[in-house]
Design a protein around this ligand. Structure first.
Ligand code: NMX
Ligand code: MLT
Length: 443
């Protein structure tokens, strides 16, 4: 039976040859010129790393619609419709789409069953944490504590050579992915007093297994459907976002998958990155509470300005790269329209979408008139709508939402780590300069 590892073993020599060719032909070409403003501005727009798993196009253009392309397929393209996360991970790793009955997927699902057992010490550590710990802190701690399991670390200590680095990285990736839904579900059940942990069900897919282990009532199976979609949509967003970039940097020091992914997820836990999904739903619910029901467009406008004038951001809007509506938002909206069109929280998200881009545009003009930066993007990002869907199915603990994002994003970070080990990416170490250096030399 063909396995993901065997397929990668065929593909990796081609990637290495391609890297050699690209370096030989274009090695001395300039990718980007960086300005002082960009160095102060979070390196926005600086092209300084290579990532093949996915690309984000800011706008619509020759490539097609703007947004996320997983291995050259637009997120909302026909080929990626109804994709299960198992297929997503294999696509991220290989660039190939396999049907669910393909040997590689069947074998991968068997590996998930085989590796899904969570060590008892992980539960012990989680249970010893203060009961008000943030679910993200619990998840990241659980991942870090499993570092002792790392095959990469063992191989490295045993003298493994560079061309083989990708093999234990893949092994660590599969071990971590198999355990993550169970750990994340345990965090939920422990943190919110939901009763006993629920075990992994062999033969059930990754998304449905996670849904099942959370333990919410799902008579229609639509929550499991949402979880598959959610895990597929959040999987990767090229290499430069805070979590992927952090994971990449930590991994570049040959730190193993446990250190690297845990580090990346600590970045995802920030409110300007993945934590925005909890903040978004909080904002939507506040709007409903303030106006005593689904707010009208005028009421949304009023509350949006109130938020902005209080010096806060509108969570779920704006993006560091995108300049169009995030296709992940569009995809979640389509799910909402199909399965919960009359849900008041979903309806509010829809009203917010009708109003907030215009509000941000007006507010941006005010900012500019007051000598501040414009807001670069007025459109919703991935976090603007997903919470309403989770809330509908009874997952009402907002603080937990970034954990769901994390379980998915681990696929992107791990596939990037495997790719980096396969092609032998170098230690990350950009050069910094001081303000004094700028003042002396920028002239
Ligand atoms: N509401 C209010 N102000 C905003 C918003 C927003 N939604 N988006 C950007 N701005 C402000 C931003 O704070 C900055 O102000 P200042 O110069 O005073 O610091 C100014 O506009 C320029 O920022 P941009 O160049 O438009 O955006 P940047 O690339 O720096 O940041 C985000 C991108 C996503 C961090 C920013 O749009 C934001 O804070 N959005 C709200 C939080 C959010 O939704 N984060 C989730 C991102 C997706 N994810 O899941 O990771
Ligand atoms: C992501 O999915 O990582 C976010 O949209 C943030 C980003 O791409 O910078």
């Amino acid at each position: 039976m063909a396995t993901l590892q065997e397929r990668l073993a065929d593909l990796i020599p081609e990637w290495r040859a391609e890297k050699g060719k690209v370096l030989k032909e274009y090695g001395d070409k300039v990718l980007t010129n960086a300005t002082v403003a960009q160095a102060f501005g979070g390196m926005r727009g600086i092209k300084g790393m290579i990532c093949d798993t996915s690309v984000v196009y800011p706008d619509d253009g020759e490539h097609g619609p703007g947004g996320l392309y997983i291995r050259n397929h637009h997120l909302l393209s026909k080929e990626l419709e109804d994709m299960w996360p198992e297929q997503t991970f294999c696509l991220l790793c290989t660039g190939e789409i396999y049907d669910r009955d393909h040997d590689i997927i069947k074998n991968y699902m068997g590996e998930m069953d085989r590796r899904s057992q969570i060590p008892q010490y992980v539960y012990d550590v989680l249970e010893a944490m203060p009961p008000d710990s943030h679910p993200m802190c619990m998840l990241d701690t659980a991942i870090l504590v499993m570092q002792r399991e790392s095959s990469f670390k063992q191989g490295y200590d045993a003298g493994m050579t560079k061309p083989d680095y990708w093999l234990p990285m893949l092994d660590d990736s599969m071990n971590l992915l198999a355990k993550l839904p169970g750990i994340a579900a345990a965090v939920y059940r422990l943190r919110y007093n939901k009763g006993d942990y629920i075990n992994w069900t062999p033969g059930l897919d990754w998304g449905a297994n996670y849904a099942n282990m959370l333990g919410l009532n799902d008579p229609t199976g639509n929550f499991a459907k949402l979880m598959r979609l959610y895990l597929h949509f959040h999987c990767d967003h090229e290499g430069g976002n805070v979590s992927a970039n952090t994971c990449h940097t930590v991994g570049s020091a040959l730190s193993d998958a446990y250190y690297s992914v845990s580090a990346g997820l600590n970045g995802l836990a920030g409110p300007l990155h993945g934590l925005a999904n909890q903040e978004c739903l909080d904002w939507i619910i506040q709007t409903i509470e303030k106006f005593g029901g689904v707010p009208s467009e005028d009421q949304v406008r009023e509350y949006a300005f109130e938020t902005l004038r209080a010096g806060k951001v509108i969570p779920g809007y704006g993006h560091a790269v995108l300049r169009v509506t995030d296709p992940r938002f569009t995809g979640f909206n389509a799910f909402g329209r199909q399965y919960l069109p009359n849900d008041p929280v979903f309806k509010t998200v829809d009203n917010v979408f009708k109003v907030v881009p215009k509000v941000l545009e007006e507010f941006s003009a005010e900012r500019v008139a007051n000598g501040k930066n414009p807001i670069a993007n007025f459109w919703p990002n991935v976090d603007a709508g997903s919470g309403a869907l989770l809330y509908h199915y009874g997952l009402e603990e907002f603080e937990y939402y970034t954990v769901l994002f994390s379980v998915s994003r681990a696929m992107g970070m791990l596939s990037q780590l495997v790719w980096n080990r396969a092609v032998g990416t170098a230690l990350t170490r950009p050069k910094s300069v001081s303000m004094e250096w700028v003042a002396k030399n920028a002239k």
